[in-house]
Structures are given as C-alpha cells and as structure tokens.
Design a protein around this ligand. Structure first.
Ligand SMILES: Nc1ncnc2c1ncn2[C@@H]1O[C@H](COP(=O)(O)OP(=O)(O)OP(=O)(O)O)[C@@H](O)[C@H]1O
Ligand SMILES: Nc1nc2c(ncn2[C@@H]2O[C@H](COP(=O)(O)O)[C@@H](O)[C@H]2O)c(=O)[nH]1
Length: 402
C-alpha cells in the first residue's frame, strides 16, 4: 500500500487545463487526471543534477502506484506544462527549451501502453519525444546472413558519415576478431539482456542462429538525437516486430543472386565454424521465403554486383528522403524558448515564447497543431505542425506555417 496523496495536490488536481509550474522553484510537479488515476510528473533541477519521475495516484484505492516507465524520457526539465489529450497521451511542454526540444508526450493509455501493461503486469507509462514535421524515416535493412548487409551499410556510413548513424544492437554471441564492444554490437550476457527485455528496454529482439539479438530503444534514440538517419541491420523476425511497432521506418530486404553465391560469401568471410555456416544456410532458406512475403518489405534489392546494388540503395534512400522531408520546417534556427502553453479547440495549442535574454527579435506566439500525429512510444511522435501567430489590428491574427 502506498502513501496517500497530499491534500494540496488532491485539491489542485485538474485533468483538462494546463498546469503551469512556479517559475522560481527548482522543484516542480504537475498532475493530470485520466479516469480514476492521477498522473504526477515531478522533477528537480539542482546544480546541474536533475531528475524526472512519474508516479500515479489511484483515486479509487487512494494509494500511490509506481509505474514501469518505458521510452526515452527528457534528459532535463526546468519546469513544464501538461495537457491531457483525448488519445491516451499527456502533452508535456518543457519550459525554457527551444521549440524543437520542448514537446514531449507521456503515453498513459495508448495501444502500446495497454499491450505493455498486459505483458509486464504492472502500471505502465511511456515517454515519446515530439518531432515537428516529418523527419526522415529510420531504415531497416534485412536479409540472410552473408548477403552483404553489413558491407552495404559500411559503404553508406563511410560516404555519408554525418547523414547516417548505425543502431548498435545487443547480442549474446561472442565477438569476432576485430569486432568492438559498443561499436559493432553491445556484447552482453543472456541473463542481463533477458532482464532488459523484460523491463521493456528493447524495440525488438529475436533468437537468431542460436543467439539473442535485439535493438534497444536507446540505440535508436541515440542516433536520432545526433541528428542522423538511423540504420538498423536486423533479421527478418526483427523486421516483422519493428513493422508492428510504432516506428515509422522504411524496410529493405537484400537478396543474394543465388543460394550458391550466398554460401560462397559466407564461407569466404571465414568468421563462422562449419557447423555455424550450416545453421546460417539452413535459416537463410526460410528467411528468403519470408523476406518475399507481401507487406513486410517496401523494397527488395539483389546484391549481385556490389557497386550496382549500392548505387540502387543510395538512389532509393535519397528519393524516400526527398518525398518525406520536402518543405521541412526550419525550427532549428529559431532561438525561441517556450514559456507556457494554452489549449485551443480543434487540437490547436498556443505556445507562448520568449528569447531567453538573447535580445533577438523573434515571434512570441506559435500554434502547435497535433491533429495528425504519427508514431509514438517507444519511438518518437511525428507529424506535429507549428505555425507562427502574428497579432494584427482589431484582434485579427495572421497564421503562417513554419
Ligand atoms: N556483392 C558482393 N559480391 C561479392 N561479395 C560480397 C558482396 N557483398 C558482400 N560481399 C562479401 O560477402 C561477405 C558477407 O558480407 P557481409 O558480412 O556484409 O554480410 P551480412 O549480410 O552483413 O552478414 P551477417 O548477417 O552475417 O552479418 C563479406 O566477406 C563481403 O565482403
Ligand atoms: N532481430 C535482430 N537481428 C539482428 C540484430 N542485430 C543483428 N541482427 C541479425 O543477426 C544476424 C546475424 O548477425 P551476425 O552479426 O552474427 O552475423 C544478421 O542477420 C543480422 O541482421 C538485432 O538487433 N535484432
């Protein structure tokens, strides 16, 4: 049985209006009522050290519940405002942060959270960072062992080091010669990895050729946070799991020109024992069938001549990127800091901003449109649109998309 909520908190609970926090205080707390539960987001900022915590007050049993917290939470909060949305999410706007780093969602009753509650048998909440516009999609590359996925990915990363970033998977297999922990894989023990899987830290995982492999949420977020387009090199089971998740990715399957050629490449690589080669080849037959099954992969490429396949891959990625990021908003250069938000009808929210003392003249009012959200926890929430709001005479506003 947990402790009871303090009276002042219960009295001030408000599930529908944004709750702005005390601008002087370094400790802050907001409360949002969702049905019979109150979600409390609290934190503290003290001399560079900060913490953020979510707890739930059950208004029926009048006791505190400590939820399993999934997704990547904000690194720091200097205060925040919350607003309950009608789709199981609480919108959280960080105070005093730039526009492109201030919008977060705490999912409390989305399909992902409901599924995780069943799996974990606990209360669950999940963080998801909001993305303005439609950032380029992560890339899932799959195909049988030895087909050349790693070779193609290495070429991309070498030619475009600031554009693409590799999602470093976890695996229980032993490192090969020249493989580095934290670079090629996070090499880990099965029991540790199984615990992290139970704790909801993985976007996907699978047993592949007798070992456990998985993509942690943190691995994908780290690449996205660095401003790069994330590449996942995962098997077909993993691709299926990612397809079923909220991560809006592009799925590419790499095929060998023939089974004989695949066998030759795998043997020539000389990284596996004969027994392991046999196992990988057996699995390759099933993977090749699955890879061609409808609806799973967006593109199938045959890696016959390496350079030809690489050129096709580059073209395909460039056209996908253009299609998704044309007319992208340029919020990065806007040096505004959000002070608070105000709810408006039709999923439009006003963000009041300041320049944080830089003295540069910038718009002070923005409108956030959340009517076409995509994705969500454990990945990012995309599809946010932001407009500048300029007050003209007689209460008339001019609204322009960024
Ligand atoms: N088009 C190609 N023609 C000839 N050899 C190739 C070609 N592409 C890759 N290879 C070679 O095939 C071997 C396997 O390639 P790679 O390690 O990239 O495969 P992979 O799909 O990443 O395998 P795994 O899934 O086991 O990690 C390597 O020795 C690589 O140099
Ligand atoms: N489902 C996942 N599969 C993964 C992941 N990382 C790698 N892989 C796949 O495993 C095989 C074997 O890789 P190897 O390095 O042992 O040769 C290969 O098909 C990879 O694509 C992962 O995180 N999840």
């Amino acid at each position: 049985m947990g402790e009871e909520a303090p009276e002042h908190l219960l009295n001030s609970l408000d599930g529908h209006l944004p709750v702005a926090c005390d601008s002087e205080s370094k400790d802050y707390q907001t409360s949002t009522i969702v049905d019979d539960k109150t979600y409390v987001v609290e934190g503290s900022e003290d001399g560079g050290k900060s913490w953020i915590n979510v707890k739930i007050f059950d208004n029926l049993t009048r006791s505190w519940l400590i939820p399993t917290v999934l997704g990547m939470k904000p690194v720091q909060l200097k205060g925040h405002s919350t607003l309950l949305l009608n789709n199981g999410r609480i919108l959280i706007v960080k105070k005093d942060y730039p526009l492109d780093d201030c919008i977060w969602f705490l999912e409390v009753d989305t399909p992902f959270v409901k599924e995780q509650k069943k799996l974990l048998g606990t209360e669950v909440v999940a963080w998801s960072k909001g993305v303005i516009g439609s950032a380029p999609k992560p890339i899932v590359i799959s195909g049988p062992s030895g087909v050349g996925k790693g070779t193609l990915i290495n070429k991309l990363m070498k030619e475009f080091p600031s554009k693409y970033g590799f999602s470093v998977s976890h695996t229980t297999r032993a490192p090969r010669e020249k493989e580095l922990d934290g670079v090629h894989y996070h090499f880990t023990e099965r029991s540790l990895m199984e615990k992290d899987i139970r704790d909801g830290k993985f976007l996907e995982f699978a047993s592949v050729h007798g070992n456990l492999y998985g993509t942690s949420i943190e691995a994908v977020e780290a690449v996205t946070d660095s401003g790069k387009r994330c590449i996942l090199d995962i098997d077909v089971q993993g691709a299926r799991s990612v397809r079923a998740s909220s991560l809006d990715a592009i799925f590419i399957f790499i095929c060998p020109p023939s089974f004989e050629e695949l066998e030759e490449r795998l043997r020539a690589r000389a990284t596996e024992t004969e027994e392991q080669v046999q196992k990988r080849l057996r699995n390759a037959r099933a993977e090749l069938d699955e890879g061609r099954s409808p609806g799973l992969f967006d593109h199938i490429l045959v890696n016959d001549d390496l350079e030809t396949c690489y050129e096709t891959l580059k073209k395909l990625l460039a056209s996908d990127e253009n299609a998704n990021t044309l007319n992208q908003p340029t919020t990065k250069n806007l040096k505004v800091h959000v002070s608070h938000m105000e709810s408006r009808a039709d999923q439009k929210i006003l963000l009041h901003c300041g320049t944080n003392g830089t003295g540069v003249k910038v718009p002070s009012l923005f409108m956030l449109d959340i009517s076409s959200l995509k994705g969500g926890a454990p990945g990012r929430t995309r599809g946010l649109n932001v407009y500048t709001v300029e007050s003209l005479r007689d209460g008339v506003n001019r609204i322009k998309q960024l």
